[in-house]
Write a protein of this length. Structure first.
Length: 280
């Protein structure tokens, strides 16, 4: 049994995407380019409607999965498979882009607070040309655990005997949203095969039994491999815990496309430009 320790603390960088939506990016940066199988993690949120009102107009993807978790606000989803709907507070959309999808995410709110996350997960070569798939998960479909020390929403994986809605996945993902009360602990057995990290929304945590640099607010805490995770809240804290099994394949990036070779990126660009990209 090995205690999981902090490997590195990564400050999220201010960025923008879509039509100028302001966000904080912690994976997909020079400091954390790729944490196999995770390609990108964005926190998007603001009280100011001008920071998000332009949304994410239609754009393509190939070779990845996007997991969008809406903590506060409403966005409207439309895509080239015909899927559409309003994603509200607490909802999740899990989109497997496979060989190609074109989608838009536009605010269905005129004002108010927006807060959410988008995680990109790589797909292995054998799945990158599969037909795309869109899964919409309502907030009441998430696994939930509550006691007087903590509350956990389970998007993927299992805590105790409670499972999240996303199962039978090739990278065996774990995705928890945790609120931990002051001076309380969260203990969890992590598969030794998995890479894992914590994204701290607010509060202050101690990870493991050894002292490390204190971390607060919008920081990604990259963890060493191990199987015993111990987190203690120095104050009431809210965070994401995410883990997955590495794919271990070469990657080539081209904006919204992630494949295994540069030639496949050029093929994706060609398919998109000649109108055959999202033909199923």
């Amino acid at each position: 049994m090995s205690q999981i320790r902090v490997k590195k603390i990564i400050k999220a960088l201010n960025a923008s995407d879509g039509a100028g939506v302001k966000l904080k990016r912690s994976i997909g940066t020079p400091e954390a380019d790729y944490i196999d199988p995770f390609l990108m993690l964005d926190e998007f949120g603001s009280e100011n409607k001008n920071d998000y009102v332009a949304g994410f107009p239609p754009h393509p993807h190939r070779g990845i999965e996007t997991v969008t978790y809406m903590l506060n606000g409403e966005f409207e989803h439309k895509d080239s498979t015909g899927a559409k709907g309003i994603m509200a507070s607490g909802d999740v959309q899990w989109m497997k882009t496979g060989r190609g999808i074109i989608h838009s995410e536009m605010p269905a709110m005129k004002e108010g607070r927006l807060l959410g996350f988008q995680l990109w997960i790589n797909m292995p070569a054998k799945l990158k040309k599969n037909k795309p798939e869109y899964v919409y998960i309502k907030s009441n479909e998430l696994g939930t655990f509550n006691d007087n020390e903590k509350s956990i929403k389970i998007i993927a994986g299992q805590f105790k005997n409670i499972k999240g809605p996303q199962t039978e996945h090739n990278v065996e993902p774990i995705y928890f949203h945790i609120v931990l009360n002051k001076e309380k602990e969260f203990n969890f057995d992590v598969p030794l095969s998995h890479n894992s990290f914590i994204y701290l929304l607010k509060g202050e945590l101690k990870i493991g039994t050894k002292e490390h640099i204190k971390t607060k607010n919008s920081n990604l805490i990259l963890l060493e491999k191990g199987n015993k995770l111990l987190i203690r809240a120095n104050e009431k804290s809210e965070f994401l815990f995410i883990a997955g099994k590495p794919i271990g394949e070469p990657i080539a990036r081209g904006g919204p496309f992630v494949m295994n070779t540069k030639a496949e990126i050029l093929e994706a660009i060609k398919d998109y430009n000649n109108g055959t990209f999202a033909k199923y």
